[in-house]
Design a protein around this ligand. Structure first.
Ligand SMILES: Cc1cc2nc3c(=O)[nH]c(=O)nc-3n(C[C@H](O)[C@H](O)[C@H](O)COP(=O)(O)OP(=O)(O)OC[C@H]3O[C@@H](n4cnc5c(N)ncnc54)[C@H](O)[C@@H]3O)c2cc1C
Length: 447
């Protein structure tokens, strides 16, 4: 068995396989980075970058909810299950799940392509020229490659977690986008003592909501608006919130209750409806679904009240670079134009990128070779609800699955640790029962 990618998804899947996988299973994990468990999300040493989820919800195993909490205590960081701890602690936790496993072979290398091997197997080709043959492979390759955009933000910092700080702490900077990526960048700047103005820009000016205690409501599947349009589904959600708040409940209980069902709705509607959700409802859903811890929200509010962080609702009209400075023109929502000089622009528009424009050599090879295809909405590779990667029509399917953001096109959600650990458990149970057959193999008996 081969896992490609050793971020959160690959590491959690490896931990599940080591714990519950078939006896005698031999596992190889290919990760180009030096450390496991980091990926994009947890590769930050900064204490200001906190988990957005409470300790009590971050265990790698659903059936052992205190696993992360107990690990923290064993490291001498005992704490509250409701606390939000720095993300680098989570990276260390993930790495500890697999670091001493004798059955795991670790390859620090980039996998540049996959091809069909002999006897229905799959062959992984590494950048150093080696090849690994496996009975099955799982893509845990995560978010599309972070690289400069081809639009006006070509000269922006596109990796907000590792972008250098502005040379002068007094400099004015611009962050395009007002989601969680913006929050991370602002926290990093404030932590480093930045004093200059931080302009944050987005079309709708929506900011992530604050996390608070939540008791997810069990929604009855029969009540879900499966098959309904995006507008209707959103109205349905608002109605549930009004009903619940009318009884003294909190909107978070409904959002958290509904999030597990979004995948069902996503799979119940055609691509056009999904597209409408992405264009019109996605941002609204995301600010309620992906919330920020209260201390982070308080820090952001303080900086806004002090005038250091200024929210502009509008669009970026132009950006021109001259001698290391950018002259940017913003169009405010009311139509007013504003031109400001900034020393740095950060692209904080999130991680959703066109999978082909931002493809790694591996994704390019899968698509070019027909082993995978890009989904209709260009979110990622097309996969079944169980994570089986679908080939180009007419091309034989490979024993290839995907997990986490690499499988995002199937469910839209599936990014959080609770989703990833559920996907990992499902995949392992299928492997044990021998049900993780390829689409090709499954079709054959039906003729
Ligand atoms: C900033 C941020 C904060 C988050 N905070 C939370 C949170 O608090 N709680 C929560 O539940 N979720 C959170 N999430 C969501 C979440 O945990 C991520 O979706 C998750 O990290 C996805 O992990 P991944 O391993 O699939 O992807 P990635 O993090 O993108 O990692 C993919 C890995 O695969 C490797 N790789 C890719 N291609 C190849 C290749 N061809 N060869 C070799 N290696 C390869 C990469 O080097 C990388 O290490 C957060 C996400 C982000 C971005």
């Amino acid at each position: 068995m081969l896992i490609i990618g050793g971020g959160a998804s690959g590491t959690i899947l490896a931990a599940h396989l080591l714990r519950n996988g078939p006896p005698g299973l031999r596992l190889t994990l290919v990760e180009r980075r030096e450390r496991l468990g980091r990926g994009i999300a947890y590769d930050t040493p900064h204490a200001a970058h906190l988990l957005n989820t409470r300790v009590g919800a971050m265990s790698a195993f659903a059936d052992r909810p205190d696993h992360f909490h107990d690990w923290l205590a064993a490291q001498g960081t005992p704490g509250d299950r409701d606390a939000f701890v720095p993300r680098h602690l989570y990276a260390a936790y993930l790495e500890s799940l697999v670091s001493s496993a004798a059955r795991l072979r670790r390859e620090q290398e980039e996998c540049i392509s996959l091809t069909h091997g002999s006897n229905g197997r799959i062959a992984a080709h590494l950048a150093d020229g080696r090849m690994i043959l496996a009975d099955r492979a799982v893509l845990a390759t995560g978010h599309p490659l972070l690289q400069a955009g081809t639009d006006m933000l070509e000269r922006a910092e596109f990796d907000p977690w590792h972008a250098p700080l502005p040379e002068s702490p007094e400099a004015r900077v611009l962050i395009v986008g007002t989601g969680l990526t913006m929050v991370d960048r602002v926290m990093r700047l404030l932590e480093a003592g930045h004093r200059g103005e931080i302009v944050i820009l987005s079309r709708r000016g929506l900011l992530p909501r604050v996390n608070g205690p939540s008791r997810p409501i069990e929604l009855d599947r029969a009540d879900l608006p499966l098959g309904a349009g995006a507008g209707y589904a959103l109205r349905w959600l608002r109605k549930q919130v009004r009903w619940h708040e009318g009884r003294g409940g909190d909107w978070r209980d409904i959002v958290d209750g509904a999030r597990g069902h979004l995948a069902l709705w996503w799979q119940s509607v055609p691509p056009e409806t999904r597209g409408r959700f992405l264009r019109h409802a996605r941002r609204f859903w995301e600010i309620h679904r992906h919330r920020i811890p209260a201390p982070v929200a308080a820090r952001l509010d303080t900086a806004r009240l002090a005038g250091q962080v200024r929210l502009v609702t509008g669009t970026l009209l132009s950006a021109a670079e001259r001698e290391g400075r950018h002259s940017v023109t913003l169009r405010h929502r009311g139509g007013e134009l504003e031109t400001v000089e900034v020393t740095q622009i950060t692209d904080g528009r999130g991680l959703l990128r066109d999978p082909e424009d931002h493809a790694t050599p591996l994704v390019r090879s899968l698509v070019d070779g027909g082993m995978a295809r890009i989904d209709a909405l260009r979110i990622g590779l097309e996969v079944t609800a169980e994570g089986q990667v679908l080939p180009r029509p007419g091309t034989p399917a490979a024993p290839l699955h995907a997990i986490g953001p690499a499988a995002r096109a199937a469910s839209w959600e599936g990014l959080a640790i609770v989703d990833i650990r559920a996907q990992a458990a499902l995949l392992v149970s299928r492997l044990i029962s021998g049900d993780a057959t390829t689409v090709e193999a499954r079709r054959r008996p039906c003729g």
